[in-house]
Each structure stands twice: as C-alpha cells, then as structure tokens.
Design a protein around this ligand. Structure first.
Ligand code: ADP
Length: 165
C-alpha cells in the first residue's frame, strides 16, 4: 500500500489552455503526482491529434516532475483505477460547468466510492476561456497568445506552416 497522493486531471485538452494550466498549478501542491489524462472523444472534431496534445503538454511541464501525461478513452473512474489515482481533478468556470460536473462527480462516486472528485475554481481572467473558443479563433486565423501557453501557439503555427507548404 502506497501513501503517494495521486490525482488524475481528465479532459480533451484540444488544445491545452491557460485555464487548464491554472487548474494544474492550483492542484499540484496538494498531490505527489498529477496525471493529465487525455481522453479521446470521437464526438468532437479535433484541432490537434491526441499525440500532438501529449507532446505539447509534456513540453509545457518538462521541468515539472510531478506531472505525467497519459491517454485513456474509457470511464474516468477506470482511468483513475488504472493509474492508481485516488482523486479526480476538475475545473469549474461557470454555473454551466457546475451543472455538468456535479452529476458526473456523484456518478463517479457511486461507481467507485474510494475515488473522490476535487474541484478548483477557475481564475477570474480565464473563466471565459475554453478549448472550443481557441479552436474557433484558430479557425478564423485570430491571435491566440493570450489564451494558451506559448508551446501551444508554437505547435499550432507549425501546423499552419505545414499546411501552406
Ligand atoms: P472536457 O471535454 O472533459 O470538458 P476540457 O479539456 O474542455 O475537457 O476540460 C477539462 C477540465 O478543465 C474540465 O474540468 C473543465 O471544466 C476544466 N477547464 C477547461 N477550461 C477551463 C478554464 N478556462 N478554467 C478552469 N477550468 C477549465
């Protein structure tokens, strides 16, 4: 039995935003390991492939030994079990997030009583930031520097350059 405090932060992260970064920074002091779990939802049209998302998130946290990045497409509680995590980290921006997250947290607790969800409030300045917003801006060729880490800007720029070659 290990006393290591492990949490997973599941999401699409397509792309990883400054809002996601803020949640990771809030959660990190509380855990020994934080696993960013890239879900592979087939219902959304992706901007970045799962591998590109993983590469960019690993780059962002290259100096942070407590962060690990993994893929998992099943139920979040199954991912938590697989990675031996006792906590699920989620971010809350608005009432809409709350309405969506609460039933999920209650369901996950019903499925696996020993895995708890912990919520972190979004920073005020990122409460309107979402991956969908960034995707929309990218689609129209707008600047995204104030919404995502520079590593994300770089990978998106390199994709545009590759497409125009
Ligand atoms: P999902 O498809 O699971 O919602 P996302 O990548 O959109 O995946 O979000 C993952 C988690 O990060 C969710 O808990 C979401 O509420 C949170 N999140 C997303 N954007 C922000 C933000 N700007 N501020 C705080 N939390 C955020």
């Amino acid at each position: 039995m290990t006393n290591k405090k492990v949490a997973i932060f599941p999401g699409s992260f397509d792309p990883f935003t400054l809002g996601h970064l803020d949640i990771v920074q809030q959660a990190l002091p509380m855990f020994d390991e934080l696993i960013i779990n890239i879900g592979m939802s087939s219902s959304k049209t992706p901007l970045l492939s799962p591998e590109e998302r993983k590469t960019v998130i690993c780059r962002i946290f290259s100096q942070q030994k407590k962060v690990r990045v993994e893929f998992f497409s099943g139920l979040t509680v199954e991912a938590a079990e697989k990675f031996q995590a006792q906590w699920i980290v989620r971010g809350l921006r608005t009432e809409a997030d709350f309405s969506y997250e609460m039933p999920m947290a209650i369901t996950n607790r019903k499925l696996k009583g020993d895995i708890q969800t912990v919520f972190f409030p979004s920073a005020c300045e990122y409460s309107y930031v979402s991956s969908s917003l960034v995707k929309e801006l990218c689609h129209h060729g707008a600047q995204i520097d104030s919404f995502v880490p520079e590593e994300v800007v770089d990978i998106l720029k390199s994709k545009v350059v590759a497409r125009t070659r």
